[in-house]
Design a protein. Structure first.
Length: 144
C-alpha cells in the first residue's frame, strides 16, 4: 500500500480524509438523493447516475460520527458502485515513487473502513479503503 498515485483530499462529517483516485469513477457536484421506502443501515438513499440507481453512503452510521445532516457539495462515485457524499474537496495530492509510508489506522473510530493513515506533509490523514467500506456495509446489513 506504500505506492499510491493520485490522492484526493476531501472532508466528510467534519473529518479530513484521503481517497485513492484510482478507486473513483467520477467526482461530481452534489445531486438529489432519493430516500428509500424503509431504513437500510449505512445507506442514505439512491442516486440516479447514468441511468443506474446507486446507493449513497450514510456517514451517520459510522462509530464516533457526530449526528446531523451532512452539507454535501460533491459526490465521489466509487468503482465499487457506491456514492460517497462529501462536504468539501480540498485538493489533489500526487504521490511520486514510494512516497511517505502509511501508518496503521489503529485507534481511529473509522478504523474498520480505513486502509491506513497516510503522511501528508507534517500531518497524518486517514485513507479510505472502498473494499473495507463495502464489506462494512454488508456486515451491518446482515445484522439487521
Amino acid at each position: 500500500m506504500s505506492e499510491l498515485g493520485t490522492l484526493i483530499l476531501a472532508r466528510a462529517k467534519g473529518r479530513d480524509l484521503l481517497l485513492d483516485a484510482s478507486q473513483i469513477l467520477e467526482v461530481m457536484p452534489a445531486a438529489p438523493v432519493t430516500p428509500l421506502p424503509g431504513p437500510v443501515p449505512g445507506i442514505a438513499g439512491v442516486l440516479l447516475y447514468h441511468g443506474e440507481f446507486l446507493p449513497v453512503f450514510d456517514w451517520n452510521m459510522l462509530p464516533g460520527t457526530p449526528a446531523g445532516r451532512l452539507s454535501t457539495s460533491a459526490l465521489a462515485i466509487l468503482k465499487r458502485r457506491l456514492a460517497l457524499p462529501l462536504e468539501e474537496l480540498a485538493g489533489v495530492l500526487e504521490q511520486e515513487g514510494e512516497g511517505p509510508g502509511p501508518e496503521p489506522a489503529e485507534g481511529d473510530p473509522w478504523e474498520e473502513i480505513l486502509a491506513c493513515r497516510w503522511a501528508v506533509g507534517t500531518a497524518s490523514m486517514p485513507l479510505l479503503d472502498p473494499d473495507k467500506l463495502v464489506d462494512w456495509l454488508h456486515h451491518h446489513r446482515a445484522r439487521r
